[in-house]
Structures are given as structure tokens and as C-alpha cells.
Design a protein around this ligand. Sequence first.
Ligand SMILES: NC(=O)c1ccc[n+]([C@@H]2O[C@H](COP(=O)([O-])OP(=O)(O)OC[C@H]3O[C@@H](n4cnc5c(N)ncnc54)[C@H](O)[C@@H]3O)[C@@H](O)[C@H]2O)c1
Ligand SMILES: O=C(O)[C@H]1O[C@H](OP(=O)(O)OP(=O)(O)OC[C@H]2O[C@@H](n3ccc(=O)[nH]c3=O)[C@H](O)[C@@H]2O)[C@H](O)[C@@H](O)[C@@H]1O
Length: 389
Amino acid sequence: MTSSTARVDLDGNPVKPLTICMIGAGGFIGSHLCEKLLSETQHTVLAVDVYNDKIKHLLEPDSLPWAGRIQFHRINIKNDSRLEGLIKCSDLTVNLAAICTPADYNTRPLDTIYSNFIDALPVVKYCSENNKRLIHFSTCEVYGKTIGSFLPQDSPLRQDPAYYILKEDTSPCIFGSIEKQRWSYACAKQLIERLIYAEGAENGLEFTIVRPFNWIGPRMDFIPGIDGPSEGVPRVLACFSNNLLRREPLKLVDGGQSQRTFVYIKDAIEAVHLMIENPARANGHIFNVGNPNNEVTVRQLAEMMTKVYAKVSGEDSIETPTIDVSSKEFYGEGYDDSDKRIPDMTIINKQLGWDPKTSLWDLLESTLTYQHRTYAEAVRQSIAKPLAN
Ligand SMILES: NC(=O)c1ccc[n+]([C@@H]2O[C@H](COP(=O)([O-])OP(=O)(O)OC[C@H]3O[C@@H](n4cnc5c(N)ncnc54)[C@H](O)[C@@H]3O)[C@@H](O)[C@H]2O)c1
Ligand SMILES: O=C(O)[C@H]1O[C@H](OP(=O)(O)OP(=O)(O)OC[C@H]2O[C@@H](n3ccc(=O)[nH]c3=O)[C@H](O)[C@@H]2O)[C@H](O)[C@@H](O)[C@@H]1O
């Protein structure tokens, strides 16, 4: 549905239609952001990516109501001179492009650092030189480990929020040693944040930095052997979905004790939409975007996903639903983990009045319904194939 009424920002001013250069538009977050902008606004999207499978439904057929408002540009931003032209003719650039799966951080650290720092440099430069606004996607991983994780196990201070809540303007960034290559991603993201901040301070770049906290939902990553490599290791939602679809135990890395807060992609996209349409409130800020109410250990996530999947698929769960696996076996040498991630919401609340709405159970129910509908038959066929041969 395309809105016909004039849009206004949070201060009651009309929102003029924008041209948005969205880099990484073909990924998980990009596909949801494109959907939102095309169906609910009059903005135009110049979608840049090397893939477009996740936005094909928005590009074809030509008769779609927003057909004139999206163009796909198959560009690798590492080496394509067309990028500057696209940024120049846009009002705003949203940069989502990155390698962002933990299995890559310690096994492909060079690609990870190049992707998250070096490849983002021209984007920042072109925005700064051409006086264009930039919304750059960083990560909650820049916080690294909590201060509380360094206290003795039995210290009462571990219960004090001052030792674990992550605040944009006061929390330090605490990474492991250099041989813990897990932190290559977080460190590269931190340095590009600092560079963007410096461009703002020294050259007046108008920027917003987004720190997503485990956004999950349909179209996240891939199911190994179905729409991604058989040996690939996606992020936890897709790993656990794959195990459930194949009726295998869910693998708990180092006992599944790490804690995460998960936010529904559709809630999180509302926050990005507010940033896009409220530059006066969003410029110069770094925003945590997460759901502090949806905290679980990875073990609890596995248990909840097992229950929800049984409900939506109508299949009983298997006898041994989880198994423990060491991080070295699962990810290889150099893996390390964030212990706990609860976002402080003060800044985004004050600037944009945004709050997440969807509970973990509800977001898993809609996401696993999608996973079951999209993949169950393909997985069944792929399992049956070797037997038929
Ligand atoms: N999903 C989350 O919860 C989450 C959390 C923290 C940070 N982030 C950040 O948000 C951004 C998007 O994440 P996502 O989950 O949508 O990941 P994704 O992997 O689904 O999307 C990234 C997209 O960027 C594209 N891309 C990568 N390198 C490119 C290049 N050189 N040229 C052109 N396109 C390129 C990829 O093809 C992919 O489609 C990333 O910067 C990531 O670090 C995401
Ligand atoms: O989503 C985010 O906010 C950020 O965090 C993610 O990092 P992480 O949460 O560690 O990645 P996941 O793959 O989703 O893993 C979550 C936890 O589950 C565990 N895990 C993962 C997969 C699995 O099969 N089993 C398992 O126990 C991991 O060890 C980790 O403790 C990724 O780095 C990025 O996408 C992003 O920057």
C-alpha cells in the first residue's frame, strides 16, 4: 500500500520525498528497509548490492505500484567508479554492506577488516566531500565484553546494571587480545565509527550511526545446503532453524551460557525509518537499536525455538533437542564471545520516541512460521535425495 497523505516528521514538518542510496540493500536488513520505504513512503531507493535474491519480489514485475521508485545497481563497492555518482545524486546514503557473520571473523579476518573498514572508507569520503547525509550501520559488538564479566563470579556487583548495561556515550569498548581474531569485526566497526565521528567534527559530515542488537526475522542469512553453502555457518537464528528443519539437535557453543537480547526486524526497521525522516533529531547521534526486554541465554533461546517450532510445524520435538559443542570445534581457533548485551534505550527514546514492541515468543512464532513455509519442503527433498540415488 502506498501512502497518499503527506508525511510529517516528529515535529510536524512535511517530509519531502528523498532519493536514498542504499548500499547492501540486498541483504537481510536492506530487504526489510526497502519493503518499508516502498510500501509506506514516497522515497526512491537506489539499491546497491552484489546480490538481489532477497529483494527480487520488490523489483519484479514492472507493474508493482512502486516500480518507478526502485532501481537495482549490481555493484561491488570495493572497486566500482559508479558508486560516487549514485551517492552524488542521492539525498541520503544508508550503508549496510559488510561481512557480518561471526564464523568469518576468526577464519577470514582480513576479508572482515577490509569489508568493515577499508571498503566503507570511500562511502564516508564521498558523503563528506559532496555534503550528503550518511546513516552507517555499525554493531552492538563494538561494546565487546561487559565490565561485569571481569569481576569475580560471586561478586554482587555483577547484578548492578552499571556493570552491564551498554550506553552509547559512556560504555567503554572492551575486546580480547589480538590472537582472539573474533574481535577483528568489532575493531574495524569501531574504527569506522571513529572516522565518521571525526568527519562530523572536522568537516561537518551529517551522520547517524546505528548499533543493532541482534535483529532477527524472516530472510536472515541462509539455510546451509538450501540457499547457501552446505558447510556455511550463518548466525544463530539460521543455525538453529536449520537444525530444527533437519530434526537435528541444536548445537550450544560452550554450553549456551552467553546472553543476548533479540529484537524483531520489523520493530527495528521502524527505528531506521524514524532516523531517515527526522534528520534534525538523528544527525550526530549514535543509536542503540535493540529490545532490552527480550534477554535470554543462548540455551534458553534454543529451548524456546524448539517449543515454537513444534507448535508451528505440528511436529513433535526430537528426544535430545540440544547438544553441547566447544567453540573451538564449532568456530575454530581465535573465537571469543560477548557475554551479555543489554542496550540502554535513553538516547533513542529521547531523540526519536522509539520503543520495540514484539516479545521474543511472538517474533519467533512469526519467524519460524516463515522458515517452515519457506524451507521445510526443500529440506525434506534434500534429505530424501541421497536415498533415492
Ligand atoms: N542483523 C543484525 O542484527 C546486525 C547486527 C549488528 C550489525 N549489523 C550490521 O548491519 C548491516 C547489515 O546486516 P545484515 O544482517 O543485513 O547483513 P547481510 O549480510 O544480510 O547484508 C549485507 C549485504 O551487504 C552486501 N555487501 C557486502 N559487501 C558488499 C560489497 N563489497 N559491495 C556490495 N554489496 C556488498 C551483501 O551482499 C549483503 O547483501 C551490516 O553492516 C552489519 O554489520 C547487523
Ligand atoms: O546481531 C548482532 O547484533 C551482532 O552480533 C552477531 O554476533 P553474535 O550475536 O555473537 O552472533 P550469532 O551467530 O547470532 O550468535 C549468538 C550466540 O549464539 C551462539 N551459537 C551460534 C550458533 C549456534 O549454532 N550455536 C550457538 O550456540 C554463539 O556462540 C553466540 O554466543 C554478529 O556479529 C553480527 O551479525 C552482529 O554485529
